[in-house]
Design a protein around this ligand. Structure first.
Ligand code: SF4
Length: 428
């Protein structure tokens, strides 16, 4: 049986978008794969992320709801989806962080033509970050610059071991950089989180914070950097003092942060205070800040919003100014929504139940390669090719570098971009 070797394939599994993956394909199946982490293996072999011996169930045919979900042909599914969206006063277009950039663009056009709401997953944390970046004058540091120069790394509210496993090996702790030739011997890592995780063992110090109160630790650090008195901080002040000493003496520091900063609804305050901390650090040395994404094209969705609307906040096209509606995210305002188009996302797994319960009351159209907790709640379900494995696409790495995803397997499933285009053309 003939084998084909695909070299330097990009892994479409997390925001690292590692570009050194070698994949051997035989008989249109992945036979072996090199340089990839466990999460990436699961993506190429269609197995579950946390139980990699178990296959993920593919959605095999389009389905529409009669009493139950019943299989149908593609045209019927598209017609039903279009009918639902046309009858909606304000539909939600949601997810899209596991789609290519062009699919995201078509989804934005659908929201625009329907005067709906467009919200990428994780906007709750990333919209405040990109807004603050826009106003701060900072630039988003390339990961290669971090690898070459960073001697102090802080992971705040995120755990790369679980979300972006090769981040430590390729960009932060372990790699040898141009100015850090001894790799991890030339660097220190600090972890800040609400509970101990695997990263703590690799860290010089672990700072525990109460959920949602990260900004208190950041404010304390800012005071110490300004040589002001700190009397009222109730947490681990020794760890904070140690961190501040190292951060102030760093030649180049990098703070990676994640969804932990959005706990208890404090995303905006946490992100803005973190930005102030980085500004203060930059009075003394060089410090950068980069969000850590576990979905591979979260950054693409943010780049799209910035390019199309000039603002990184979710877009409400029912307003005259879609990017200026005074609502940080939709989650507080789900009651306005009367239909949802969900792409590559599982809101019944990822949203708090008080929010996903709202979705149970409205018709949902789902585009996803796999069965998820959301599938059975939908009116229309489209199976799709997996972007980066069975379909090509463009994705933006977590530092904003655009990369072209290849396909290594053939499939009869349409890509999410094709499905979205078919829906869009019938709407417009
Ligand atoms: S770190 Fe992310 S992109 Fe890299 S191989 Fe693992 S899952 Fe794929």
């Amino acid at each position: 049986m003939a084998e084909t070797l695909y070299e330097s394939v990009i892994c479409p599994s997390c925001g690292c978008l590692c570009d050194d993956i070698d994949v051997v394909v035989a008989d249109n199946k992945v036979k072996s794969i090199r340089n990839v982490c466990q999460w990436g293996i699961n993506k190429f072999f269609f197995t579950k992320k946390f139980t990699s011996t178990v296959k993920r169930g593919r959605v095999e045919r389009p389905m529409v709801r009669e009493n139950n979900l019943v299989e149908t042909d593609y045209e019927t599914a598209v017609s039903r989806a279009v009918d639902i969206l046309k009858c909606s006063r304000k539909p939600l277009v949601y997810g899209l962080t596991n789609s290519g950039y062009y699919a995201q663009n078509v989804a934005l056009d659908i929201a625009r033509v329907l005067k709906g709401w467009f919200e990428p997953r994780k906007a709750v944390l990333l919209s405040p970050y990109y807004s603050a970046m826009k106003n701060s004058g900072f630039y988003i540091a390339p990961l290669d610059e971090v690898r070459n120069s960073a001697d102090v790394i802080v992971y705040w509210g995120c755990n790369p071991v679980h979300s972006t496993p090769k981040h430590l090996a390729r960009y932060s702790l372990y790699p040898r950089g141009r100015c850090k030739e001894r790799g991890n011997l030339d660097r220190v890592v600090f972890t800040v989180d609400v509970a101990e995780n695997e990263l703590v063992r690799m860290s010089r110090r672990y700072l525990m914070v109460e959920p949602g109160t990260d900004f208190l630790a950041m404010e304390t650090m800012i005071k110490l950097l300004k040589n002001e008195k700190v009397e009222d901080y109730e947490g681990d002040i020794a760890a904070i003092q140690d961190m501040v000493q190292y951060m102030a003496r760093a030649a180049y520091g990098a703070i990676f942060f994640g969804l932990g900063l959005s706990r208890n609804g404090n995303a905006v305050r946490n992100v803005e205070t973190l930005m102030t901390l980085v500004k203060e650090l930059n009075q003394k040395t060089r410090f950068v800040i980069v969000p850590l994404y576990d979905d591979f094209n979260t950054n693409g969705a943010m780049q799209l919003l910035l390019r199309e609307l000039g603002s990184p906040v979710p877009a409400d096209f029912s307003c005259d100014h879609p990017a200026d509606h005074g609502m940080p995210t939709l989650l507080e305002n789900l009651h306005e929504i009367d239909a949802a188009l969900v792409v590559g996302e599982d809101p019944f797994w990822s949203m708090p139940s008080e929010h996903s319960d709202q979705l149970k009351k409205i018709p949902i159209i789902l585009i996803d390669p796999f069965w998820t907790r959301t599938t059975n709640k939908c009116q229309v379900v489209f199976p799709t090719a997996i972007t980066g494995v069975e379909a090509e696409g463009i994705a933006y790495r977590m530092d904003g570098l655009p990369l072209k995803l290849r396909k290594v397997l053939e499939t009869d499933y349409p890509s999410d971009e094709v499905i979205l285009e078919d829906i869009y053309h019938r709407l417009s």
